[in-house]
Design a binder for this molecule. Sequence first.
Ligand code: PGA
Length: 212
Amino acid sequence: MFVVGNWKMNGSLSLCDDFIKNLKFRENCVICSPYIYLYRFMGAGITVGSQDCSQFKNGSYTGDISCEMLSKFGIKYAIIGHSERVKLYQETKQIILQKTYSCVENAIKPIVCIDNNFEELLREFIHIHDKIIIAYEPATAIGTGVIPTNEEILDVVKKIKSLGQFTMLYGGSVNSKNIDTLKSIQQIDGFLVGGASLKVDEFNKIIESVKE
Ligand code: PGA
């Protein structure tokens, strides 16, 4: 199992250095820091991902960063369609599709976030199921401490895996206290962690619990 840390718009250079010094089990995790901190991890043996990417190739898109730029910079993963982007920036299914395909074309593994309404989107990805990762993140669980039961999560995992053999993460209020319970969900391949990925000790505990 592996663990993806989503720092969101948090962190600092000193937090990067804390992780570079103290992160254990590096082979089992990915850190998605804000773009401007990603360079700090280069050469430190830590796999990094971005929290978004542009749906466009290049051109007049002020503020955007293309998948080609990310890929050439050494980025291996990108979180796509996080519920915060859908809610706050009105990211549509079309944009999520474009971003996902752009990642795949540039050898970046997209971590596509989905809520309970996933079927239509996932059908678009069945033929590239081995090139993407699906993160099931119920909006009600993000940052709330309120997570579904293992049985409820398993139900969704089964539905998704019956559509295609996707690699699947669960995300939403994962921490070092609930990880032992969550990791027993069958067919789960890992976890997407927000708040609890901002403290290296807490993050180490989560990875330690799930590493094989
Ligand atoms: P959380 O965030 O772990 O703080 O709930 C998860 C996410 O938004 O990816």
